[in-house]
Design a protein around this ligand. Structure first.
Ligand SMILES: [Zn+2]
Length: 157
């Protein structure tokens, strides 16, 4: 069985974030991994259903972030931070575990991480480790029961 390898960028179309005004769950949507800076300007939005706070990406100030391996794009904060990579708001699905910070852009991302941890646990007997974006502590099968419990709780947040 092949292991599905998470690309965090696959989950940026709609990201659950903490509203900076009312702290409720809000969304950043319109993100595409392959989008140009101009496309991001045109498509990205933030909206909070609780307080109606809305932002258009094209109207927000940007800074150019340093990026590894040329993966970053103009105005896009490097991925793998505990915030959305566009507006920089805190992610809704984020929790401290005994081993490190566990976070996801949205519920599908959480499920994918959970699936990957389960697959890695199964694979330990088959010696078929595939590439994964998970930190080493999350790949360790000894931690998988605990981490799956944490994820189950987080998905209900
Ligand atoms: Zn709000």
């Amino acid at each position: 069985m092949s292991i599905y390898s998470i690309q965090d960028e696959d989950f940026i179309a709609e990201m659950a974030v903490v509203c900076p005004k009312c702290q409720a769950m809000a969304a950043v949507f319109g993100g595409q991994a392959a989008a140009t800076a101009a496309e991001n300007e045109a498509q990205l939005r933030f909206f909070c259903v609780s307080c109606n706070f809305a932002l258009r990406y094209k109207n927000t100030p940007k800074f150019k972030a340093h990026s590894k391996a040329g993966r970053g794009k103009d105005g896009v904060v490097e991925a793998n931070l505990v915030c959305d990579p566009f507006f920089g708001f805190d992610l809704w699905y984020c929790t401290d575990t005994a081993y490190g910070l566990l976070w996801a852009y949205n519920r599908d991302h959480l499920r994918a991480i959970q699936y990957e941890i389960e697959q890695l646990r199964l694979a330990q007997h088959q010696n078929t480790q595939g590439g994964t974006a998970l930190p080493l502590w999350a790949q360790n099968p000894k931690n998988s029961d605990y981490l799956i419990q944490v994820l189950e709780k987080l998905v209900l947040k």
